[in-house]
Design a protein around this ligand. Structure first.
Ligand code: LHQ
Length: 254
């Protein structure tokens, strides 16, 4: 369901139900959660890359999963929420390579990347309202923060299907590359991040997510605490030493 492959310090996770556009099932979500937890614990993993197998990134919730049954979505969302909490708490930078369609919760997963690339043929649609649902898997939290309230209203209520270029113009992705070069480029970026000051990346992720719900005074206090922590890392020492010696730093993730 989720392929795991180590490429030096990068863990590549591939959503792998290509016959169903990598639509999300309880089983796939469990596998993704386990992979994220394991990656977070593994000191050797210093960056992650998330992509999809086949022609889609992910079509969101598998709408065939429950057959004719009427599931309790509130309960089912616990599985999603665990994954989203794990993505937001990830202590390593996450690159997402959107290889094709990203819809509903599939689009939400893509947005949790710190650096997001899309293939030229990728597309994005929030999809929730089209089937009479509300945004979930963190979409209502992240989307207005990424694109502003007005665009979020449009993308949710009208649910247009955006091309990769449109997604780029909105800031939903950072870069668009031809499909045949997508994984190679994403991996290059992830490998660069994997050689970075991992702790500072983790703390920066935390700051960028936390400060939205804080006052300026609280945000300044949190910056000071996390700067204190970053300032005690060996990577900070190395960064300053390398600067003084006019050479590239050799960060170790500690
Ligand atoms: C699918 C799916 C799909 C199953 C295409 N499931 N088969 C969380 C938890 C609780 C409640 C529920 O919701 C959620 C969060 C959510 O994610 S809600 C949103 C669920 N996702 C959608 O509504 C997206 C539906 N799909 C689409 O809009 C399009 O298929 C996309 C944009 C993903 C791709 O379009 P195309 O590339 O044109 O492919 P297609 O539409 O022709 O689909 C190909 C096949 O995949 C087709 O089956 P078939 O047997 O006719 O070949 C689709 O039925 C199937 N498929 N999405 N989510």
């Amino acid at each position: 369901m989720v392929l795991k492959e180590r490429q030096e310090g990068v863990l590549v996770l591939t959503l792998n139900r290509p016959e169903r556009l990598n639509a999300l099932t309880g089983e796939l979500l469990e596998a993704l959660f386990a992979a994220l937890e394991e990656a977070n614990r593994d000191q050797g993993v210093r960056a992650l890359l998330l992509t999809g197998a086949g022609k889609a990134f992910s079509a969101g919730q598998d709408l065939m999963e429950f057959g004719e049954a009427k599931p309790d979505y509130e309960a089912h969302l616990r599985r999603y929420n665990r994954v989203v909490e794990a993505l937001s708490a990830l202590e390593k930078p996450l690159v997402v390579a959107v290889n094709g369609a990203a819809a509903g919760a599939g689009m939400s997963l893509a947005l949790w990347g710190d650096y997001r690339l899309a293939a030229t043929e990728a597309s994005f649609t929030t999809a929730f309202l089209r089937i009479g649902l509300v945004p979930d898997s963190g979409m209502s939290f992240l989307l207005p923060r990424l694109v502003g309230l007005a665009k979020a209203q449009e993308l949710l209520h009208l649910s247009p299907r955006l091309s990769a270029e449109e997604a780029l113009a909105l800031g939903l992705v950072h870069r668009v590359v031809p499909g045949e070069r997508l994984v190679e480029e994403a991996l290059r970026q992830a490998q660069e991040l994997a050689q970075g000051p991992t702790r500072a990346h983790a703390l920066t992720r935390k700051l960028l997510l936390e400060t939205y719900r804080l006052s300026l005074t609280e945000a300044l206090a949190l910056e000071a605490i996390l700067q204190g922590e970053a300032g005690r890392t060996l990577d900070h020492e190395e960064g300053v030493r390398a600067f003084r010696e006019k050479r590239p730093p050799r960060f170790q993730g500690r």
